[in-house]
Design a protein around this ligand. Sequence first.
Ligand code: NDP
Length: 284
Amino acid sequence: MRLTAATRLAGVVGHPIRHSLSPVLHNAWLEAAGLDGAYVAFNVAPERFSALIEGFRGGSLAGLNVTLPFKTDALAAADQVSPRARAAGAANVLVFGEDGTVRADNTDGEGLLYAFARQAPGFRPGSGPLVLYGAGGAARGAAAAFLEAGCPEVRILNRTRARAEAVAQALGGRVKALDLDDAALALDGAAALINASSAGLGPDAPPPPDLSGAPAGAVAMDMTYKPLRTPFLEAAAARGLATVDGLDMLIGQARPAFEAFFGCPPPAEPDVRGIVLRILGEAT
Ligand code: NDP
């Protein structure tokens, strides 16, 4: 990669950030497109986040992806907020205008639908209720994206029920908070099941939810992509459901961000999924 005085710079900010795969994706696309650009990672302490954003006002940086724990702070820091970022209650993209303004967007929902389109091509979000496990920022973004795409009902099951109720309150009447142990009610007629919990996979992690009552035609998706085949997806596959992994969501949310930062869509080649799978040690 050749950097010049005209190099267009973008990045990702989080805390911690060393695990981020965003630099791999964006730099692979930049190199393939032959663009004079670079994408780097910023690890910033929570109390320094606002100062970092203020420092980039004016366009010294084209834009930032934003990851944990700053997605709600990013929304608050922006001068302009897209409707989908407003609906998600969080921003994963900030674009710095030359006039000093900061625009916030949320491409996670677009990434989610991209993953379904890639791995479950016949699936239609409007075909039935969505069951969501988790009620954090990613779950709220998923609910908003599915509602926007015509989903008739979203049922949220979360460890902390009050948080699920808050999401239902924010997104309106088609979203319902249910008890975690109300699996039969939650799964009745469901078209899609999405695991948006960050519970992890360690010895203390809860077991995957009971999916035995899921309709045979439902599609199950897990936002986690380390590992690619999570216990949730294994449980869904054991039930005979079609599955969608979280890696295409990561790629799908990065694609519109790349276009916002560098002014053109990412090139079709290289196969960034293959590159990331090799990094994760999951290549077949
Ligand atoms: P948040 O921290 O906002 O929410 C975490 C959610 O997980 C909450 O609902 C929380 O429940 C639940 N949870 C955490 N630990 C446990 C536990 N031990 N038992 C039960 N529930 C638990 O995170 P996000 O919403 O931002 O992200 C959720 C997941 O989605 C993360 O793993 C993230 O990496 C992934 N993600 C993947 C993306 C992709 O591109 N593939 C994009 C965005 C996110 P409670 O409310 O009770 O605390």
